[in-house]
Design a protein around this ligand. Structure first.
Ligand code: GTP
Length: 349
């Protein structure tokens, strides 16, 4: 038991920001960059990844000690209660000095999250409201895939509509006409949020934080309706509290992991991913993997988002004792067997 005088209780609620944006739109890249900034010292991070196998925390771990990974489901549905518990526990550990005294909290949602229930939870849970104040919603929108995603996935529309800051990422990959068209569409969806272009996460914390209190009244009528619907569902105790498969988002979108025990040949692996995104790119919402490549000591991280296969990045070392290749897929209307079978045919023939 800690003595009351040993408690380090903040005099004001701590600012909490929600970092959201569709799958692969650059949230983790932004977060890593932000956390390397001295102004961001004393930031605690909660990362929620969709599916059983989380990888993002390995990519952010070097940037902050105060990090909690929540990968037992998507924050917006099954683990909303867990979010409350996670934040209460972080706060408790902070005031009892078990962890450094963070002054700011960033919650990175999954790319599939509907932000409404998360915001509703932060703004209505009585204990959380005393301890944290919602500073703002930061939404990344991928310039290469943004238009197609807004057409196909309602979550991405909500993420953009609820933002206090809209960050247009990957502008280096597309021409000015596409940037202009997407900017116009975002401005219609959310006229109040400034739209900032960000390349590879490079941005100043001062442009993203300290937005003032999140104010639903400054958002469109749709946003107010979505937030009200969430409050109603929560009060009635139905809607999002049911338990479901953590690897399933809805009837169509699911996640799974392809694990490979033997070191992979890079050229063959590359040809396999290329084949997949050429044939099925529209339905492959995300590929994220940590690979053991034959002849290489260090792991290679790969990312693909719909039709875009990003350049691989070498990690300085393996994040844990598991040195197998693990590739996480999030797909719409595709069977897992397609991936499990073709990786073998590409690598074993
Ligand atoms: N060319 C380019 N690539 C970018 C930019 N921002 C991010 N990326 C790349 O996009 C890929 C996905 O970025 P992440 O930061 O992992 O995206 P995320 O939103 O965290 O992904 P999820 O957690 O799966 O939703 C990575 O390969 C990044 O290097 C950018 O501005 N330009």
């Amino acid at each position: 038991m800690t003595d009351a005088q040993d408690l380090d209780i903040p005099t004001e609620p701590l600012p909490a920001s929600v970092l959201t944006g569709f799958l692969g739109s650059g949230k983790t890249t932004l977060l890593r960059h932000l956390l390397s900034h001295p102004e961001m010292d004393e930031t605690a991070v909660v990362i929620n990844e969709f599916g059983e196998i989380g990888l993002d925390h390995h990519l952010v771990a070097e940037a902050t000690e105060d990090m909690v990974l929540m990968n037992a489901g998507c924050l917006c549905c099954t683990i909303r209660g867990d979010l409350v518990e996670t934040l209460r526990s972080l706060y408790r550990r902070r005031i009892t000095r078990e962890i450094p005294p963070f002054r700011r909290l960033v919650i990175e949602t999954t790319g599939l999250a509907d932000p409404a229930p998360i915001l509703q939870t932060l703004m209505s849970d009585p204990l959380l409201v005393e301890r944290f104040r919602l500073d703002g919603v930061i939404t990344t929108v991928d310039a290469a895939n943004g238009e197609v995603t807004l057409d196909a996935q309602i979550e991405s529309v909500k993420q953009a509509a609820m933002a206090d800051r809209l960050l247009l990422t990957k502008c280096d990959l597309v021409d000015q006409d596409r940037i202009d068209a997407l900017t116009q569409r975002l401005a219609q969806l959310n006229p109040a949020a400034p739209i900032l272009q960000v390349e590879n996460g490079k941005t100043e914390p001062s442009s993203l934080f300290g937005c003032g209190l999140y104010d639903p009244a400054s958002k469109s009528l749709d946003v107010q309706r979505w937030l009200k619907a969430e409050a109603y569902e929560h009060d009635e105790g139905h809607g999002h509290e049911h338990h479901h498969d953590v690897n399933r988002h809805d009837e169509r979108v699911r996640s799974f992991c392809v694990t490979y025990d033997v070191p992979l040949d890079w050229d063959r692996l590359n040809a396999w991913v290329d084949m997949l995104i050429t044939l099925y790119g529209q339905q492959i919402l995300r590929i994220k993997g940590i690979l053991c490549i034959a002849g290489e000591e260090k792991p290679l991280v790969i990312h693909a988002v719909q039709h875009v296969f990003h350049p691989p990045v070498e990690l300085p070392s393996w994040p844990d004792d598991d040195h197998r290749s693990r590739i996480v897929f999030i797909v719409r209307d595709l069977p897992e067997s397609l991936f499990q079978e073709t990786i073998r045919s590409f690598n074993e023939e």
